[in-house]
Design a protein around this ligand. Structure first.
Ligand code: ADP
Length: 448
């Protein structure tokens, strides 16, 4: 089915990103927005716009009924959910399809399976992906947990089956703390997700976060587009991402890539997905799968030349993948800086009016952002206001260009974390690629 008008059920830079891909394909766009976003760039650029509610996301960007109504009123024939909000809500995907609209995302049953981490791990294991050692499924009793922990060895990690954003996760150093930390994790999970199911995993001491981009046509064909290294994190939030990973060999890439692509083909996966691993001492350990486009997808686009949103739209139209695995080549290096409206070192949010704005430019520099001079960053949503993505033929060249591009970015009126990125790009460990998921937190602690 050819898509002619896409409703974009999101806001900010990703709404703009989707609008751009759509217009390049000759497809019209419908923006839906809260009252706080009436002046947003994607709303101004979209062909049609519908206000769907007040600032609170629950009443607007998560308001299923209002979004479906907006699609019907504007005659949209497809919905793209972006990331966050309703993107990994299987029930919403089903509702969209039940209304005869194309869902630009994975099959609802796959969203559901991967959204439950116990189910996701079971599925990943059955598909042949290497897992973090841990309980076979949910742990029901403290005795059972103690037995599993003894077997895999302390420290262990208690994780919530419905977890996200690092919530409901507890590191257990030894047996005497097990019972109380399980109770705490369950309480946290219950109040955050309404589900107190927990499971146990070996706690890895100093891993890297390496994720693979996958893509399926929903009919048994799937490819991988290499990995992204997202080890620079603060409180489990990614700050800077790069592709390829500085530590992965070509052999490792094609071996792991082959495994994940085959897993997706076997599953009949449709659309874009990301399979997240921890990597330590040469071994990969599956942690979760995200059944959506990721924030950091542009670094993959930069080194492969594949437009992932265009590909998502094509697959939703029932078309085959536009590239075969053999046609995918990885050239050069790309790094993304997430630019947030926040204090660069205390991380306190800094919403407000942008008084001056100038985006970096020049060769191999991409800025994905809805900012403009005079725009007011609303306080209600995520603090990410721009992504700066830079490409270079080598990692060194990429870093030099990224420093130059950061110098050119002008965002006045609010505080941003540009000074943090600048400082990071002058650190020896970042320059050499020698960092793990603990590195940034340790570095920030040393600065205090
Ligand atoms: P969430 O969905 O809450 O983000 P993830 O399973 O993706 O949870 O894990 C988030 C982060 O927590 C990882 O990127 C990593 O930094 C850390 N983490 C998760 N599992 C482990 C583990 N077994 N050992 C050490 N760190 C872990």
């Amino acid at each position: 089915m050819a898509i002619s008008r896409i409703l974009i059920a999101n806001r900010g830079e990703i709404a703009l990103r989707i609008h751009r891909a759509a217009h390049e394909m000759g497809i019209e766009t419908v923006a839906v927005h809260s009252t706080a976003d009436a002046e947003a760039m994607h709303v101004r650029l979209a062909d049609h716009a519908v206000c769907i509610g007040p600032p609170s996301a629950t009443e607007s960007y998560l308001n299923t009924a209002a979004i479906i109504a907006a699609a019907e009123i504007t005659g949209a024939d497809a919905i793209h959910p972006g990331y966050g909000f309703l993107s990994e809500n299987a029930q919403f995907a089903e509702i969209v399809e039940a209304h005869g609209l194309a869902w630009i995302g994975p099959k609802p049953e796959h969203i559901r399976t991967m959204g439950d981490k116990v189910e996701a791990k079971r599925t990943a294991g059955a598909l042949g992906l290497p897992l973090v050692p841990g309980s076979a499924g949910a742990v029901e009793t403290v005795e059972e947990a103690a037995r599993v922990a003894e077997e895999i060895g302390y420290p262990v990690l208690v994780k919530a089956a419905s977890g996200g954003g690092g919530r409901g996760m507890k590191v257990v150093p030894g047996p005497d703390m097990l019972e109380s930390l399980i109770r705490q994790a369950k309480n946290e999970a219950k109040s955050a997700f309404g589900d107190d199911t927990v499971y146990l995993e070996k706690y890895l001491g100093n891993p890297r976060h390496i994720e693979f981009q996958v893509f399926g046509d929903g009919k048994g064909n799937a490819i991988h587009l290499g990995e992204r290294d997202c080890s620079l994190q603060r409180r489990h939030q990614k700050v800077l991402e790069e592709a390829p990973s500085p530590i992965l060999s070509e052999e490792d890439r094609s071996r792991m890539g082959g495994i994940v692509a085959k897993a997706m083909a076997d599953m009949g996966y449709r659309g874009a997905g990301t399979i997240e691993f921890l990597w330590e001492n040469g071994e990969f350990y599956f942690i979760e799968m995200n059944t959506r486009l990721q924030v950091e997808h542009p670094v993959t686009e930069a080194i492969t030349g594949v437009d992932l949103v265009r590909e998502q739209i094509r697959v939703a139209e029932g078309k085959p993948l536009s590239v075969t695995q053999d046609e995918i080549t990885f050239t050069g290096h790309a790094i993304e800086c997430r630019i947030n409206a926040e204090d660069p070192f205390t991380f306190a949010p800094s919403p407000g009016k942008v008084t001056a704005y100038h985006a970096a430019g020049g060769m191999h520099v991409r800025v994905d952002s809805g900012l403009y001079a005079g725009y007011s960053i609303p306080p209600y949503y995520d603090s990410m206001i721009a992504k700066l993505i830079v490409y270079g033929r080598t990692r060194e060249g990429c870093i030099m260009r990224l420093r130059r591009a950061l110098e050119e970015m002008v965002i006045e009126g609010v505080k941003t974390n540009i000074p943090l990125h600048n400082a990071l790009l002058h650190e020896d460990d970042v320059l050499s690629g020698n960092y793990s998921i603990k590195w940034l937190e340790d570095w920030l602690a040393r600065r205090d």
